[in-house]
Design a protein around this ligand. Sequence first.
Ligand SMILES: [Zn+2]
Length: 511
Amino acid sequence: MPQARAFSVALVGLDGQPVEVEAAIGGGLPRTVLVGLPDTALYEARDRCKAAAASSGLEWPNSLVTINLSPASLPKAGSHYDIAILAAVLAAAGVTRGERLDDTVLVGEVGLDGRVRAVRGVLPAMLAAVTSGFTRAIVPASMAHEAQLVEGVEIIGVHTVRDLVGVLDGGPVPVPEAPPSSEEPADPTPPDLLDVAGQVDARWALEVAAAGRHHIWLAGPPGVGKTMLAERLPGLLPELGTAESLEVSAIHSLAGRRLDGLVARPPYAAPHHSTSMASLVGGGPRLVTPGLISVAHRGVLFLDEAAEFPAKVLDALRTPLELGAVTIGRSQVQARFPADFQLVVASNPCPCGMASTPGAACTCTPMAIRRYSERLSGPIRDRVDITQVLRPIRKTFLAEAVHSAESTAVVADRVRAARERQAYRLGGTGWSTNSAVRGSYLRNQLPLPDGLEHLDTAVSRGRLSARGVDRVLRLAWTVADLGGRDRPSADDLMTALSMRRGEPATTGRVA
Ligand SMILES: [Zn+2]
């Protein structure tokens, strides 16, 4: 009985494992059967592959074709097994010589017309291929540039099933497709802090947030620059390391984002409050794909008008904020995606947005205002280290404010120096930024700041919770790191306390 095999990759979350596709021909009436825990899309694969072969002028065997995908225990979702199935069947049927099928991984979907179509997750699939020792990969021509971002595997892009058969016959490699036109780069330079007029306190709060990787809350009426500030946070953060860059790129590949190169900068995602749960946390009808909270992994997640988000959506952020990852369950498979993002939350002071604007008339009832702020309490507010209230700036101060503004590059340098101090101090602990340090370590292993009596006073007056104390300590360390001090001073502690409570800064970098 003629047989042949080809290899593809199964992706569960970001983890890929090789899948062997075996085809055997003969032994029964003409039909094609698939075995080995395929999902619905794979049953469609059978029909797609037959149609694609026919429209490419290739003969599908006119007898029993048995296609087995193994290991059988591995759930196999998605449509990217098509070209591996075609390769195995056509090689078993003798339509192609099937050269080097043993060291080649095949990833791609076919159209009924015989074209090979793009699929998600090519980058993590290639990472898995290299890990498993494959030396060659055949992918859709339109995805070849993404596949080539992974070193250690020869990439061949195919446009059509005919191209595929040509390559498997040992023929010439098809002409590569031009890289996607980059009128808009996929990984653009973030906008500059120079553009933010005034808001000296808020700029300082953003700098502290960047330096210690603290979640930050920006409260204030519409138009004061909350979004502008949030968009500028990624530019203040250090670039991603090599491993981080590969990890983030793999997530973006699975999320269906275009990759011009490996993602080098901390990403930024700003979901609208009407965004569906699946697009925010991940999911999808077939292949489980990451949501925006994972797209923001190692970068910034900005929730504008946070009180407008449905309560169940805000609640869904609780676990990722705790664990830095999200698990999406299915009947057969649990896909886990990293989701270690830095949160920037923006809200208006009240539903109409005017409550804190001097001279403006707020039309909200006290009840409405209370309900509005309660929506954000709990899962999110608990996690936020810095609260910054923004007020409209007066026009007369604007010119001067623009003049005195610092650029992203200047602030990013201070952030980098503060990060280095943290990395040095926390070396060997597994933490690299102040925001991540456990409370007991802060209180018992690190020197305590001066002026701790201020914290005692705040706690005894009920203005600060026990959990809040740890957050203030973390912040005080970041303020000290930015100032180049080996231990937080009483001033650093007071600055941290006011940042935690959302009061105007009493000390610190007030210009
Ligand atoms: Zn109002």
